[in-house]
Design a protein around this ligand. Structure first.
Ligand code: SF4
Length: 422
């Protein structure tokens, strides 16, 4: 049996797709790169923007058109949660919708869902995890930022039991994972009985064989001194904190219901830099939020110049139906949003280049996870990440570096990638 999976959206979706792939492979399914020959087609959807839903629906329609008669078509994730029933009515080729809230229970129901294709028996010796794995430690969100659909689709925050997290992490390591990224919509709000996020980091870091730990995405409000000190003091913790600022103006932060001020955000950055001067701090930001004045936008630019994020995911606000911000009357014209986005991208691109260029001549330790054969005049090379969040490339035809912590000297930078030599 062959399956083909198309994943849209965030790392939580990537992790859910990985989990589903594992369950399928335990049952003898093999991933195929040819959608047309698949016995099972899966589209893992994202609802964060309207455009993401349109793109996912286009893919579902495409699969519906060419899938083989016996093949199953599953639509999973946030869109399945939000408008699953409606989708099934409109596109009868969909065999099943599995919403974002249901996906965590998929293991109990997958054999029933696969039954039109036959009877399958799970055998977990059939799968391998990758050198770098994602591990959800919580689901949902309680923050209700006014622009975000996530709490409406994924539900309220729920932390996964400590023992379950540790057991899954040990299992990943036993299968070959060297690095684990702990995942949650507001990952640092984790609290299970008397274990908070800093406590969980300590417990995960005691797992033998695990070399590196990351987490994403924390909420700036909950990035406590204890969490920063745990990241700084535990040797397996990567020195990278993704801290989504979203805006640099207090007025806009308040309208977004982000629950922190610019000064409080900067205070967290200061604390991180005091404890870990080498820490890569990255961010998410949105320009053109309703009511954003020129001055508000200038406040965002000045915050970016002050913090000097290593890199940033930058977006223009787009109203999401079903959220508070979509109803605000003072929406910003598209042309202004695009101009502001371009200005911010240009400033951040220069900062990112400088951050990368500063690494030339230094030694970095990278975990390589992807080997690419040379094409179009390029040499064979490994791609990985350093102890922060910088992309590292080593040109080599050695095939045996996957999953190894490799230390090399940075010989040049492309502005977005560090090139190292052995
Ligand atoms: S913290 Fe805000 S932006 Fe992040 S998932 Fe929750 S509501 Fe959405």
């Amino acid at each position: 049996m062959l399956y083909y999976m198309k994943t849209f959206g965030c790392q939580m979706n990537v992790s859910d797709s990985d989990m589903l792939s594992t369950l399928l492979e335990e049952r003898g399914f093999t991933a195929t790169e040819n959608e047309r020959e698949a016995d099972l087609l899966v589209v893992n959807t994202c609802s964060v923007r309207e455009k993401a839903e349109v793109t996912a629906e286009r893919k579902i329609l495409e699969f519906a058109k060419f899938k083989q008669d016996h093949a199953l078509l599953w639509v999973i994730g946030c869109m399945a949660q939000r408008v699953g029933e409606e989708l099934m009515q409109r596109i009868p080729a969909i065999s099943r919708v599995i919403g974002a809230k249901e996906i965590e229970f998929i293991e109990d129901r997958i054999d029933q869902f696969l039954s039109p294709l036959g009877t399958f028996t799970a055998d977990d010796s059939k799968t391998e995890s990758s050198w770098s794995s994602f591990l959800p430690i919580m689901r949902g969100c309680d923050k209700f930022c006014t622009y975000c659909i996530v709490p409406h689709v994924r539900g309220r925050e729920k932390s996964i039991a400590v023992e379950t997290v540790l057991e899954q992490a040990r299992h990943m390591v036993a299968r070959g994972a060297k690095e684990i990224t702990l995942l949650g919509q507001t990952v640092n709000s984790y609290k299970y009985e008397d274990v908070d996020f800093a406590g969980l980091l300590r417990l995960v870091s005691e797992i033998d064989g695990l070399e590196r730990i990351r987490f994403t995405s924390p909420h700036p409000k909950d990035i406590s001194d204890e969490v920063i000190e745990a990241v700084a003091s535990l040797p397996k913790m990567c020195h990278h904190i993704h801290l989504p600022v979203q805006a640099g103006s207090d007025a806009i932060l308040k309208r977004m219901a982000r629950t922190y001020t610019r000064a409080e955000f900067l205070d967290r950055v200061k604390k991180i830099r005091q404890c870990m001067p080498d820490c890569d701090i990255t961010t998410d930001v949105m320009v053109g939020f309703p009511g954003e004045s020129d001055q508000d936008f200038q406040d965002t630019l000045s915050l970016f110049r002050e913090v000097r994020f290593t890199s940033a995911f930058m977006f223009a606000f787009s109203p999401r139906k079903g959220t508070g911000a979509a109803n605000y009357k003072d929406q910003i014209p598209e042309a202004i949003k695009i101009a502001r986005l371009n200005e911010l991208v240009s400033i951040q691109t220069d900062i990112t280049k400088e951050c990368y260029n500063e690494m030339i001549g230094k030694e970095v330790t990278a975990l390589f996870t992807l080997f690419q054969e040379g094409k179009n005049g390029r040499a064979d090379h490994w791609i990985g990440t350093d102890y922060g969040f910088k992309r590292v490339i080593l040109e080599t035809d050695r095939q045996d570096l996957g999953g190894e912590l490799f230390t090399g000297k940075v010989v040049r930078s492309t502005g977005m990638t560090l090139v190292v030599e052995a």
